[in-house]
Ligand binder design. Structure first.
Ligand code: 2BA
Length: 109
């Protein structure tokens, strides 16, 4: 068995979870925050048999899309009379950051 951990954008999460469910794949959705942008994203925990990994990754691939986000630089401390123009920096995010891990044991108690 494998555990797939996929960090996806909020806009894609519901569609990805629905598509996984349609394929009979269970998932858990956790609200998370990206360390770099400090913006909300969604982490999906997906436990699958080894033979379902490819199918689950395809569902994520088909439902999670790359998007541009904007990062506003923090203004430096300015001296009196100085001013700072904060131009947002464009960052490409996603479709998904995916980890696939082997599971030693899986139990439902
Ligand atoms: P964030 O950490 O908020 O990163 C958002 C996007 O900012 C990243 O998109 C990447 O394009 C850029 N970025 C991140 N760190 C950077 C840095 N040190 N310098 C320059 N640009 C940087 P993605 O790579 O698609 O990542 C999307 C989200 O996936 C991340 O949100 C984070 O929540 C997660 N993630 C990405 N790599 C990870 C890793 N190695 N371990 C754990 N989570 C990861």
């Amino acid at each position: 068995m494998k555990l797939i951990i996929a960090v996806v954008q909020g806009e894609d999460a519901q569609r990805a979870v629905a598509a996984l469910t349609d394929k009979g794949v269970s998932s858990t959705r956790i609200s998370s925050t990206g360390g770099f942008l400090q913006q909300g994203n969604v982490t999906l925990m997906i436990g699958v048999d080894d033979g379902q990994v490819t199918e689950a990754l395809k569902v994520i691939h088909d439902n999670c899309h790359e998007r541009s986000r904007y990062l506003s630089p923090v203004p430096p401390l300015a001296e009196p009379g100085e001013f700072f123009m904060a131009f947002p920096v464009e960052v490409e995010v996603g479709g998904a950051t995916v980890f696939v891990m082997s599971v030693d044991s899986f139990e439902k108690i």
